[in-house]
Design a protein around this ligand. Structure first.
Ligand SMILES: [Zn+2]
Length: 95
């Protein structure tokens, strides 16, 4: 994943994802990269006072295709790091 793809992912998330608790959009400074692989990117979205969310964005042809958002705890972030570090193929994560 190259910097321009990551930039597009940020733009997509900032434009299309809102905090499920207050409905506010996330600003760039509240979007943090957790991990990236060839065609998928995990982002942590923070809204002050609300549960952080994990956005999973898959890209295809250098454009973000799918964004799924789930609430996360710190443990989830740590676990996804561990899972990713142990996995060579991103496909294995979804098996
Ligand atoms: Zn919020």
């Amino acid at each position: 994943m190259n910097p321009s793809e990551i930039q597009k992912i940020f733009q997509t998330v900032v434009k299309s994802v809102r905090c499920p608790h207050c409905g506010k959009r996330y600003s760039y400074e509240n979007v943090h990269i957790v991990s990236t692989a060839d065609s998928i990117c995990f982002l942590q979205l923070e809204c002050s006072g609300h549960v952080p969310m994990l956005a999973t964005v898959s890209i295809s042809g250098s454009l973000p295709q799918e964004v799924s958002v789930t609430p996360i705890s710190t443990d989830d972030v740590i676990n996804s790091y561990k899972k990713i570090n142990k996995t060579n193929s991103i496909k294995k994560l979804f098996e």
